[in-house]
Design a binder for this molecule. Structure first.
Ligand SMILES: Cc1cc2nc3c(=O)[nH]c(=O)nc-3n(C[C@H](O)[C@H](O)[C@H](O)COP(=O)(O)OP(=O)(O)OC[C@H]3O[C@@H](n4cnc5c(N)ncnc54)[C@H](O)[C@@H]3O)c2cc1C
Length: 463
């Protein structure tokens, strides 16, 4: 059965992760804006496999879905606490970084209360309808078991694509991870597999980001002293801390995103990998907790049965019988290769942006691309199209799919409310959410006029 909603929306969101949920929450405050948000999942859940007890957000609670654009919104974290009669306990807890499970519960409260969110709606494709100057969105409605129930078509003038990221498994481990009998899992599935992992004599964790550290710590705490049976390896040269200095964090401001967007494409492409410590390191508290736990285990003499080695690459891997895996390892700096036998592997190997290409394939002839073939994205997070689409005013905005154009802040929850406000301001052509002109003490880049005024005597010539 196919259902068609012929009356076009002003805005249709694809995906309901934190970013489009923020957009839905702020759009809710704009009268007469007809919006809907679709997600293929049956309910809101935020990274359920990694809601390890005690883990916290890496950003303060003020980076909720709305506050940094509209502190008076009814969808703020503080208002969530008020509805739960928990404001006083939160006030005395003095916690700036809330537990991840609490953020998940807060977002679910918003997702369930907003009338515009629709779960069990998987968007299949987006087409351009030139006759109506609208986007046509085909979707599949899923039943309570996630099975296709009905097909639908929706029309919209604007889209916000917030389909997020998917777990990434490196090539040498892909076949192993796909074999169901061997416990080789991505960290995204950690909690689902935790008991099974704990039942194995030796576990290897691959990856030195926050997830790798959290999984290592959780397993370490759960194993008996002296019989930990853990190896933690990572490609990075060290188990490095995440940059958390106050001026360093200004690279997660709208000012920096604006500066980054103005840089030449090759410069932007060089910068992103250089900035890995801004988002790929481990937070100080987790590093300290790991060290404390290891140290505690030496108090009776002896060392814990845990090996932590950075600078190591997994070249290949193979299964040796039903319960043993062999990893072929290389330490490049040392020019050494070895083999490690283990009974389970947790791949904390990160996530990659879900490609837009499949969803937007019919729009390909209209889409402008950069030199590397990626969609070109305007400063207001709008995909750039040929005039045939662009000049109609219809737009597709992207959330968390624009690291190549907007820099390391693209997946940062601290920019969610701001980006939603930018999108709603651009889409409505009014300023429902006025935003400040300046957001950082650092001035990123030089003003051309300033360069010429000060620099000429010293021999620097601004353009
Ligand atoms: C464990 C973990 C912890 C993190 N902690 C922090 C943190 O503390 N601070 C921070 O700044 N960042 C953090 N991040 C990074 C980032 O904020 C999160 O990844 C965040 O979830 C990104 O939100 P999103 O809305 O882009 O996408 P997602 O949360 O990935 O949601 C995307 C949604 O789109 C849906 N979808 C995909 N395709 C379709 C389709 N075709 N049709 C319908 N629906 C579709 C998916 O079902 C999903 O629900 C963390 C990331 C991880 C993995």
């Amino acid at each position: 059965m196919t259902t068609t909603d012929d009356q076009p929306f002003d805005l249709l969101g694809i995906g309901i992760g934190p970013f489009n949920l923020s957009l839905a929450a702020l759009a809710d405050g704009i009268p007469d804006l007809r919006t809907a948000f679709y997600d293929q999942r049956l309910a809101f859940h935020w990274h359920p496999g990694l809601l390890i007890e005690g883990t916290t957000l890496q950003v303060p609670f003020l980076a909720d879905l709305v506050t940094l654009a509209d502190p008076a919104s009814p969808w703020s974290f503080l208002n969530y606490l008020r509805t739960r009669d928990r404001l006083f306990p939160f006030y005395f807890a003095e916690r700036f970084h809330i537990q991840r499970a609490e953020y998940d519960a807060y977002c679910r409260w918003v997702a369930e209360a907003l009338p515009t969110t629709h779960f069990g709606h998987q968007v299949d494709t987006v087409r351009w309808n030139p006759g109506r100057a609208l986007f046509e969105v085909d979707h599949t409605q899923l039943d309570a078991h996630g099975e296709a129930e009905a097909l639908g078509r929706t029309y919209t003038r604007n889209l916000a694509v917030g389909i997020g990221t998917a777990p990434y498994v490196p090539e040498p481990l892909r076949l192993l991870a796909e074999a169901p009998t061997v416990p080789v899992i991505h960290s995204a599935d950690y909690l689902k597999q935790r008991e099974r992992l704990l039942g194995t004599p030796h576990i290897t964790i691959v990856g030195s980001g926050q997830s790798g550290a959290e999984v290592f710590l959780d397993l370490l705490r759960a194993r008996p002293a002296g019989r930990e049976g853990l190896t933690w390896i990572a490609r990075t040269p060290a188990f490095a801390p995440m940059e958390y200095s106050k001026l360093g964090l200004e690279q997660f401001t709208p000012d920096y995103a604006h500066f980054f967007h103005g840089l030449a494409e090759p410069v932007r492409d060089q910068l992103v990998p250089q900035q890995w410590q801004l988002h790929k390191g481990i937070d100080h508290d987790t590093i300290n907790a790991i060290h404390d736990e290891l140290y505690r285990r030496t108090l009776d003499g002896g060392w814990p049965d845990a090996t932590l080695t950075p600078g190591v690459t997994v070249r290949t891997a193979g299964r040796m019988g039903a319960h043993v895996i062999e990893l072929h390892l290389e330490h490049e700096q040392q020019a050494t290769r070895t083999r490690l036998t283990t009974n389970a592997v947790v791949l904390a190997t990160g996530y990659r942006e879900r490609p837009l290409d499949q969803l937007l394939a019919p729009l390909d002839p209209y889409l402008r691309r950069d030199a590397a073939g990626r969609p070109r994205v305007g400063p207001d997070h709008r995909l750039l199209f040929d005039p045939a689409v662009q000049d109609t005013g219809a737009s597709i905005y992207v959330q968390n799919a624009d690291r190549h154009s907007h820099g390391v802040g693209a997946p940062d929850l601290g920019l969610a409310a701001w980006r939603s406000a930018v999108i709603l301001n651009a889409l409505t052509g009014r300023d429902p959410y006025p935003l400040p002109a300046r957001t950082a003490f650092t001035t990123f880049g030089l003003q051309a006029a300033t360069v010429s005024a000060y620099a000429r005597p010293a021999g620097i010539h601004g353009s």
